[in-house]
Ligand binder design. Sequence first.
Ligand SMILES: *Cc1c(COP(=O)(O)O)cnc(C)c1O
Length: 419
Amino acid sequence: MSATRGATAATQPDATGHFGPYGGRFVPETLIHALDELEAEFARARGDAAFRAELDATLRDFAGRPTPLIEAHRYSEAAGCRVFLKREDLLHTGAHKINNTIGQCLLARRMGKPRVIAETGAGQHGVATAAAAARFGLACTVYIGSEDARRQHLNVQRIRLLGAEVREVNAGSRTLKDATSEALRDWVTRVRDTHYVLGSVLGPHPFPTMVREFHRVIGVEARGQFAAQAGGLPDLLVACVGGGSNSIGLFHAFLDAASVRKVGVEAGGLGIASGRHAARIPEHSVGVLHGTRTLVLQDARGMIRPTHSVSAGLDYPAIGPEHAWLADQGLAEYAHATDDEALEAFETLAKLEGILPALETAHALAWVLREGRALGRETRVIVNLSGRGDKDVEEVLRVRAKGARPASAAYDAARAPVL
Ligand SMILES: *Cc1c(COP(=O)(O)O)cnc(C)c1O
């Protein structure tokens, strides 16, 4: 966290938390004081050597940092370019999320708040918050949509075993968007004793900046590891983008290096034309959701549209405001991969490298599998392996079984006349 290399004026929000036209604070009056308090405490903590020492020690001994960077030789062969994996999947609780929850739980303790709350989609942020809260002796409540609770049953049980309370949300599409709304409502009513551990680079200022800073360690480590192992800078960085925390964590330390392409991969779901996806960049529609102005999926009347992705962690209608700003300036590019492409990449990485990636991560891997030949054998790519796929085993089996039925029915129908 100590390296400041890569910070540029263009990527900082202004004093009111705006990234160009995006970001800011769109919240009820009752939260303004808490957000001011958080911003001030975060600034003080960053300048406090004792805080940084405890954060670094906890990241090392509790979470397992630094994570390795490894060259994936067999996957590279399949993709047609040189692929290096930043192993955030090896972190405690299975994803990059713990970098942020440790940081925010330490801040909650500094602010004298005995209770934290969180929203969760795939359950990973809920598990990471519950784990950090247990470590620091904080009470914890996690909001999850009831549809996600069904899809991510195992993570719901892990959160409970870690001593946190789980509240299922039955409103709306019963997914991450609805859990986030409910967590914000809780915060409004209990802001004096509660800190909201927001799980991505979303929400009102200072969350997008603060969460980015807690994940910036990913890119700082990767840059040093790449230089030591392979020499120089990579040609390309690739990461999946839900809210955008693992991707900004990797990209940010390379923003001063214009020669390094940065590609964020959104959830293409059943294809952009189908309307059933979670790709916010191609539509470029500006709106306000959960306290921030950014690119959102909405209809002509400004109603938030339902989203779809095979991965719960990418299934969210807004993208972090800093990504919207990076996209506008051409400082990062955004692409998408479909459910089917992600499933194929999931199986390919498993069989060729012995790693089950999270379905979210599989979208980044899918982009490399699709584009690798065009990039060429000498092109050196770092993929952020944001999480492990243990949580997704049941969902992959379920989707595969569902996909197999229509395919074999079509096959049988085609063969029927012959038989
Ligand atoms: C939550 C999650 C994501 C998506 O969130 P970002 O904020 O975009 O990083 C991606 N990968 C994994 C493994 C996750 O758990």
